[in-house]
Write a protein that binds this ligand. Structure first.
Ligand code: AMP
Ligand code: MG
Length: 354
């Protein structure tokens, strides 16, 4: 069904509660509302209502076995949703909530299978964003919300990105401007004895280990940055093609000088074939590339600016006429692992070492 999508601008410093109430009313009426969090924009619905959750899958074109994350606004709201809260999970919640960490626990009866993609576990997060928290509180239910993009596309970091994908499919978007972090939450599974990171994010393995006081493993499928042939990731969503721009993307790693030389040589070859070429570099390197469209993802030594711009840059290329995009790799810093996890998938594991 086609509906008009209303953009509702909200100032996160000074929240207009009437606007939040309008959006919360849609949630109570089993409709979808897109809203900003500190990581990316979410596509929210009442997470305890199977009919409402089903609409998320339909709007995104999301496979039904890819579970959703339940968002809460107060720590005690987790209790009715889970069977038990292990000590280690409690410590992580106390340290990192509200914040970019999603935890997986055994689900209680009240969480429908439609929300968990048929699993007996449930993913829960308390976002650190005043608009998200206000919406959850006003709605009076946990809000199931995956990233507000069409399945497979880069996650939205601006309300305009949500509009590109969801216009005509949802009644409203709460526009809180560009998000802060820019990549999705760290997912950590506490449903087994040994905690395990299923998706890397801003909260790192070191940060978690320090707080929970025990070793935290990383899902082997995530560690393997090459083809994950034969290793099924434990977060079902991580097995799908993801985050991808429309043009093919190829990653090039090596010394900066070699990478620039290699990419410029490829540009020349592609031009001879009549193709147009995009390049993703940094503030320090963009002026050296002879591509048709060259974009900077941020500063070389600032993994935070790189994470912040990653999806915006990938989406910008969808508005350009390029046949192929070459990108440097951005492995350094605390966020390097999470950035490369997303970028590697966006490139369909296409990577050249020079
Ligand atoms: P998104 O909100 O689009 O970032 O997607 C949510 C991610 O959380 C997907 O990769 C899901 O597979 C993962 N996820 C949600 N619930 C669970 C769960 N119970 N067990 C493992 N992974 C989960
Ligand atoms: Mg997503």
């Amino acid at each position: 069904m086609y509906m008009k999508t209303e953009m509702i601008k909200i100032d996160q410093q000074q929240i207009n509660i009437e606007k939040i109430r309008k959006a919360a009313k849609w949630i109570r009426e089993k409709e979808l509302v897109a809203f900003p969090t500190e990581t990316v924009y979410g596509l929210g619905a009442n997470g305890l209502d199977p009919e409402a959750s089903a609409k998320i899958y339909a709007a995104k074109g999301r496979p039904s076995d890819n579970p959703l994350i339940l968002h809460i606004s107060k720590q005690e709201q987790i209790e009715p949703l889970v069977m038990e809260i292990p000590q280690a999970a409690k410590k992580a919640m106390d340290a990192f909530w509200p914040g970019p960490m999603t935890i997986i626990l055994k689900k209680s009866e009240i969480v429908p299978m439609q929300t968990t993609g048929g699993l007996q576990t449930v993913a829960i997060r308390m976002p650190n964003h005043p608009i998200a928290l206000a919406l959850i509180t006003e709605s009076g239910c946990p809000i199931a919300a995956p990233s507000a993009n069409t399945s497979g596309r880069p996650s939205p970091t601006r309300a305009e990105h949500v509009y590109e994908d969801m216009s005509g499919k949802i009644p409203c978007i709460l526009d809180g401007g560009m998000v802060g972090i820019g990549i999705e939450s760290t997912i950590i599974d506490f449903s087994n004895e040994k905690p395990m990171i299923l998706r890397p994010g801003w909260i790192t393995q070191d940060m978690l280990e320090e707080v929970v006081g025990m070793p935290v493993a990383i899902d082997p499928a995530v560690l393997d940055s090459r083809k994950t042939a034969g290793i099924a990731p434990k977060a079902p969503g991580m097995k799908y093609k993801h985050y991808a721009p429309k043009a093919d993307l190829i990653l090039v790693s090596g010394s900066e000088k070699d990478v620039i030389e290699y990419i410029n040589q490829k540009i020349e070859e592609r031009h001879l074939q009549g193709q147009t070429v995009g390049v993703i570099g940094t503030d320090e390197t963009v002026s050296f590339y002879r591509g048709d469209v060259v974009m900077s993802i941020g500063k070389r030594n600032s993994d935070q600016t790189i994470a912040h711009h990653l999806y915006d840059v990938l989406r910008k290329f969808d508005h350009e006429e390029v046949n192929i995009i070459y990108s440097q790799v951005f492995e350094s810093g605390k966020n390097g692992f999470a950035i490369m996890n997303r970028l590697t998938k966006a490139a369909g594991y296409e990577r050249v070492e020079v």
